[in-house]
Unconditional design. Structure first.
Length: 205
């Protein structure tokens, strides 16, 4: 998993509440178990019409936001089903941070496990960040995970809270497999001692 420490990028405003996981990545694109390739279908039913043409007024189709790496969104982002394809699609598109007042719990935790930083802010802070994000090409935010701050284009700063363990994992690029492999020596030692004490378990090798 890619490490996350500091991120400076264009923030796209999605001033909608209850953006669910089916809106993020519609169900017809869930046939894959690969994390790559889903970005082209991110927000598919909002980005494209039935003929497959881009919807001009959708935020990520606007020239200023095509390279956005941050989303500023309304309350309850990531609600709906628990599909992990939702953070996969965001990440594949290039989104590394989502800012909202609240997130669905499973989506929130899935973000951390896939290298995305979800940040919870107050309603007043979200309103301010939404205003910043609506500046188009000038909608640049700087996220510092170590310092736990968001800096706006005018230099204003917002502090945010994040669980220390989740923060540690993101900064060090540790997903569940990475965390497990930190104990590789202990796992190898255990397997060796078990093989010596219970060799019949390994008879098929």
């Amino acid at each position: 998993m890619e490490k996350f420490n500091k991120l400076t990028g264009v923030a796209a405003p999605m001033n909608m509440i209850n953006i669910d996981t089916d809106m993020i990545i519609p169900k017809q694109f869930l046939k894959t178990i690969k994390r790559e390739g889903l970005g082209k279908n991110l927000f598919d039913e909002m980005r494209f019409d039935r003929a497959g043409n881009e919807v001009e007024d959708f935020v990520l189709n606007k020239s200023a936001y095509r390279e956005a790496t941050i989303l500023v969104a309304g309350d309850n982002f990531g609600c709906g089903s628990s599909r992990e394809h939702a953070p996969w699609a965001l990440l594949d598109f290039g989104i590394r941070c989502v800012i909202s007042t609240s997130f669905a719990d499973i989506f929130y935790n899935n973000c951390f496990k896939n290298g995305i930083l979800p940040i919870k802010v107050t309603k007043e802070q979200l309103d301010s960040l939404m205003d910043d994000a609506e500046r188009g090409a000038n909608a640049t935010l700087s996220i510092d995970l170590e310092a736990q701050t968001i800096q706006g284009p005018d230099g204003g700063e917002i502090a945010f809270e994040v669980d220390e363990f989740k923060k540690h994992c993101l900064i060090n690029g540790l997903d569940d497999i990475g965390l497990t492999m930190q104990e590789e020596n202990k796992i190898t030692d255990y397997e060796g001692s078990q093989k010596a004490e219970q060799p019949w378990l390994y008879a098929a090798e």
